[in-house]
Write a protein that binds this ligand. Structure first.
Ligand code: AQP
Length: 331
């Protein structure tokens, strides 16, 4: 609790143009907490340099991610919207927590294994200790709820383990957070390889649908989506491609799986793919319109990120001072 409100924290890396996976699994769920909770939504630029970035693109995407937060309904007056590297307490707490995290537990993280396999020439220490920085992000604000997609569940469990370990030594320093993983949209899969997660850094453009893709591009990508050789729109074991499209259609329309199966009975995959594309493009249209207004106003985005960082720093410093005192630093 901070200011008598439960705290919510989440973040998105500006490591690529955001996808409908980031939207459905995370961002579109953020605004539901704004009225009742104290919310911290961060553009986690420090996480994104664990994979090599082009500096100008990273800067551009940092502004864009913040603009997308607002375009997706986050009011900067009701949420702390800021950039991770603007609040140095994240890095400071991360170092301290590194000393309370075991090598073996980090080595078990599936994201580390996946990303090391994809970046064989750059398996850096940051990629390895990524979950510790994530734990610092969350624990710094005494967070109770973390809205994330299912892929982040393992990292969140590690955050909880680190918090418990620290609390067992020093008393109740950290609130132990819970994940908030919505029932739908928790794991949107690649359109090209539906057994793997849709990722913004995927180089195959046909694998991802970006939040900012124009309607014709969205429909083209869905038309090309990999499916099995059948034709019946039915959610079933082993039909990963069609299951993914049903999930996406359900997320954008609010229809249940059985309603969708009835709607497309006897109509084949072709019709269904176009309908998924239409539903997705229509749902994203208001976000895209708001985004294009916001991105032109750099001064507004800069003042928003500055006031968000000032306010976040105020809360972060409280936890950090407590942690430093507990471990024995002279402060
Ligand atoms: N495919 C997905 N389905 C559902 N949720 C997803 N998220 C990401 N992909 C999907 C959720 O989006 C939030 C922000 O993710 P992130 O930027 O912190 O990192 P990530 O999970 O590694 O996302 P990407 O898109 O796969 O990025 P890259 O390609 O850079 O690694 C998280 O809540 C995540 O669960």
């Amino acid at each position: 609790m901070l200011d008598n409100k439960k705290v919510v924290f989440s973040g998105v890396q500006p490591s690529g143009n955001l996808t409908i996976g980031n939207y459905l699994g995370a961002i579109r769920n953020f605004s539901a907490f704004s009225e009742e909770h104290l919310c911290f939504y961060c553009v986690v630029d420090m996480h994104s340099i664990t994979v090599r970035q082009t500096p100008a693109e990273l800067r551009r995407r940092t502004y864009e991610t913040l603009a997308l937060y607002i375009a997706c309904g986050l009011d900067p007056m009701k949420n702390n919207l800021y950039v991770q590297s603007h609040v140095p307490a994240h890095a400071e707490l991360s170092w301290i927590l590194n000393c309370y995290t075991m090598f073996g537990e980090l080595a078990r993280m599936t994201q580390f294994k996946d990303k090391s396999a994809k970046n064989e020439t750059n398996i850096n220490a940051g990629l390895f200790t990524y979950p510790v920085l994530m734990a610092a992000d969350i624990l710094l604000y005494q967070t109770e709820l973390v809205p994330v997609g299912a892929d982040q569940k393992q990292h969140l469990e590690m955050t909880r383990d680190i918090a418990h370990r620290f609390n067992n030594i020093y008393g109740d320093v950290f609130v132990v957070p819970e994940p908030y993983i919505p029932a739908e949209g928790t794991r949107i899969m690649s359109l090209a390889e539906p057994t793997t997660k849709m990722s913004k850094s995927d180089e195959n453009e046909n694998a991802t649908v970006r939040i900012l893709d124009p309607k014709d591009v969205i429909i083209r990508k869905f038309k090309r989506a990999v499916t099995d050789s059948g034709s019946e729109v039915r959610f079933a074991e082993g039909k990963d491609g069609i299951n993914n499209l049903i999930t996406i259609y359900s997320c954008f329309t609010g229809k249940t799986v059985s309603e969708i199966e009835r709607e497309f009975e006897g109509r084949g995959y072709g019709d269904f793919k176009i309908a998924v594309g239409e539903a997705c493009a229509d749902a994203l249209k208001p976000v895209q319109e708001k985004f294009s207004e916001l991105i032109r106003d750099k001064a507004y985005l800069e003042s928003t990120m500055k006031s968000g960082a000032d306010s976040a720093s105020y809360y972060a410093r409280k936890t950090l001072s407590k942690v430093k005192r507990k471990v024995g630093f002279v402060i």
